[in-house]
Ligand binder design. Structure first.
Ligand code: NAI
Length: 452
C-alpha cells in the first residue's frame, strides 16, 4: 500500500520505518528541511533502539523516502498519516495548529480519494475538526472528493518504539462508519498476527482511549510516589510495599515503580490536556489534578534532598549526575526530571557534571554552553571531584557500578538515587550515605547524618 506520513518525529519516523519493513511504500513529509536532508544522508534525528538499521535498509531499498514536498506527499499515499506534534499551549490544552495545518495541506493538494489517519494524540473532537477543515478547503477549491478521517492513536513507548510498533498490544481504530475498515485491516494485516488486535470503535472513543491510557499510567506512578512519600514518613520501605501489592494480579507489577517523577513528551502534556478539556466542559477532574500536582512536586524531591543534605554549603559545589533523558533507551529530554534537578542546582549556585549514554547532544542543544554544566564521556568521568552523585534515569549501565570507584572519585560518599537502583543496607555497609525514594528508615537515618 502507498502510505504518506506527515511528521517525522518519534512517532512518524518509527511508524514509517515499520510500515516499510512489512512492504508498504512509505513517503515521509516534514517541514523541517534539515531533518529531511539528514535522514537522506542516514543521520537519524532521534535515538531509538533498532531504528537506524531499519531506516537505512528501507531508504536504500526505496520503500522509505523523505521529502519536504507536501504536494508530492499528498499525491503519493492512499492513506495519509498525521503524526505531527500536539504540544501544550499556554493554558495546557493541546495545540492543534500543526494537525490542522496538515489537514489543510492535504485538502489543498488532494486529487483522489484519501483516508486521513490521525496518529497524533488529540483531544476528543479533533477528528471532527480535521474533517470539517478538509471539507471546507475542498469546497473552496470547488472539488468534490471522497475522504475518510480515522482516529488511530499511537501507544508506542519511547525506548521500545520499534518493537512496540512491530508487535502492538492493540490497534485502536476510530471511524465514523464502516467504509475505511477494510483498508485499515489491510494496512495493519502484517501486525495483526496470532489474535485480532484491531479494535474498531467510534472516533470520539478512540481519541479518548489514548488519553485514558496515558492518564491511567500517570496515575499509577503518582499514586506510588505518594505511597513512597508516606513510607518515608512512616519508616516503611516502598520497595517491599511495591512487591507486596504487585503480587495481587488485580494490581500487577507493571508501572508501580516510585521515582523522581514522570516526564517525557506524553504523560505530562496528556494529563494536562485532559484536565483542560474537562474544565472546558465544566467538569473538575480531581484525580487528574492530583496526579499532576503530585508529579510536579515529586520532580523537586531529588533537588530538595540535595539541598537539605548540603544546606548552605551547596553553592560552588559540583554535583555528578547520571542520566539526563526522561527514561532509559531514549535521548528525549522533554519534561525530564533531570532538567528540574539541574535548574534547581544551578539556581543554588552549584555546578553539574553529567553523563548520559544518549542524551548528551540533546542536553547541549537545550542548554548550550554554560559554566555550570560539564558534559563528560563516561559515567566514571562524571564523578571526578564531585561532592555527591545524583541518579535521575535508570539506564542499565548504572545498575551495577563500581562502588569503590565511586567512593574514591567523589569528595563525599553520598548518592541521591531517584530510581531506587540499589539496596540501602548494602550501600550503608560500604560507607555511603544513600538517599532513595520512599525507603523509610534509611532515608530518615541518612537525613539525620548530614555528612559534609
Ligand atoms: P515530534 O515533535 O518528535 O515530531 C513532530 C514532527 O512533526 C517534527 O519533525 C515536525 O517538524 C513535524 N511537523 C510539524 N508540522 C508539520 C507539518 N505541517 N507538516 C509536516 N511535518 C510537520 O513529535 P512526536 O513525539 O513524534 O509526537 C507526535 C504525536 O504523537 C504527538 O501528538 C504525540 O503526543 C503523539 N505520541 C507521541 C509518542 C511519543 O512517545 N513521542 C507516543 C504516542 C503518541
Amino acid at each position: 500500500m502507498k502510505v504518506t506520513v506527515f511528521g517525522i518525529g518519534y512517532v512518524g519516523l518509527v511508524q514509517a520505518a515499520v510500515l516499510a519493513e512489512v512492504g508498504h511504500q512509505v513517503l515521509c513529509v516534514d517541514v523541517n528541511a534539515l531533518r529531511v536532508e539528514n535522514l537522506k544522508q542516514g543521520i537519524i534525528p532521534i535515538y531509538e533502539p533498532g531504528l537506524t538499521p531499519l531506516v537505512e535498509k528501507h531508504f536504500a531499498s526505496g520503500y522509505l523516502n523523505f521529502t519536504t514536498d507536501a504536494a508530492a506527499g499528498v499525491q503519493h499515499g492512499d492513506v495519509q498519516f498525521i503524526a505531527v506534534g500536539t504540544p501544550p499551549d499556554e493554558d495546557g490544552s493541546a495545540d492543534l495548529q500543526y494537525v490542522l495545518a496538515v489537514a489543510t495541506t492535504i485538502a489543498n493538494h488532494m486529487e483522489t480519494a484519501k483516508v486521513i489517519i490521525d496518529k497524533s494524540t488529540v483531544p476528543v473532537g479533533t477528528a471532527d475538526r480535521v474533517k470539517a477543515r478538509i471539507a471546507e478547503v475542498l469546497k473552496a477549491r470547488n472539488v468534490v472528493l471522497e475522504f475518510d478521517v480515522v482516529s488511530n492513536p499511537e501507544f508506542l513507548k519511547e525506548g521500545a518504539a520499534v518493537s512496540d510498533c512491530m508487535r502492538p498490544d492493540r490497534i485502536i481504530v476510530g471511524t465514523y462508519d464502516d467504509r475505511p475498515h477494510d483498508l485499515m485491516r489491510e494496512l495493519y494485516e502484517p501486525f495483526n498476527r496470532n489474535h485480532d488486535k484491531l479494535i474498531f470503535m467510534d472516533v470520539r472513543s478512540a481519541e479518548l482511549t489514548k488519553y485514558a491510557a496515558n492518564c491511567m499510567l500517570a496515575t499509577k506512578i503518582s499514586f506510588m510516589n505518594e505511597m513512597a512519600n508516606l513510607a518515608e514518613m512512616l519508616g516503611a520501605d516502598i520497595e517491599a510495599v511495591r512487591k507486596g501489592i504487585g503480587s495481587d494480579p488485580r494490581i500487577g507489577y507493571h508501572f508501580i515503580y516510585p521515582g523522581c517523577g514522570y516526564g517525557g513528551s506524553c504523560f505530562p502534556k496528556d494529563v494536562q490536556a485532559l484536565i483542560r478539556s474537562s474544565e472546558q466542559l465544566g467538569y473538575t477532574p480531581k484525580i487528574l489534578q492530583a496526579v499532576e500536582a503530585v508529579n510536579d512536586k515529586q520532580k523537586y524531591k531529588l533537588p530538595s534532598l540535595v539541598q537539605q543534605h548540603f544546606g548552605n554549603e551547596l553553592a560552588g559545589k559540583t554535583i555528578a549526575l547520571w542520566g539526563l533523558s526522561f527514561k532509559p533507551n531514549t535521548d528525549d529530554m522533554r519534561e525530564a526530571s533531570s532538567r528540574v534537578l539541574m535548574e534547581t542546582l544551578w539556581q543554588a549556585g552549584a555546578k553539574v557534571q553529567a553523563y548520559d549514554p544518549e542524551a548528551m547532544e540533546e542536553t547541549q542543544r537545550i542548554y548550550g554552553v554554560r559554566d555550570d554544566l560539564t558534559l563528560v564521556g563516561t559515567k566514571e568521568a562524571a564523578l571526578k571531584g564531585a561532592a555527591a552523585l545524583v541518579i535521575c534515569t535508570e539506564w542499565q549501565q548504572f545498575r551495577a557500578p563500581d562502588f569503590d570507584l565511586i567512593k574514591a572519585q567523589l569528595q563525599h560518599p553520598v548518592i541521591f538515587d531517584g530510581r531506587n537502583l540499589f539496596e540501602p543496607r548494602r550501600l550503608e555497609a560500604r560507607g555511603f550515605t544513600y538517599y532513595a525514594i520512599g525507603r523509610g528508615e534509611t532515608v530518615a537515618k541518612a537525613a539525620s547524618k548530614q555528612v559534609l
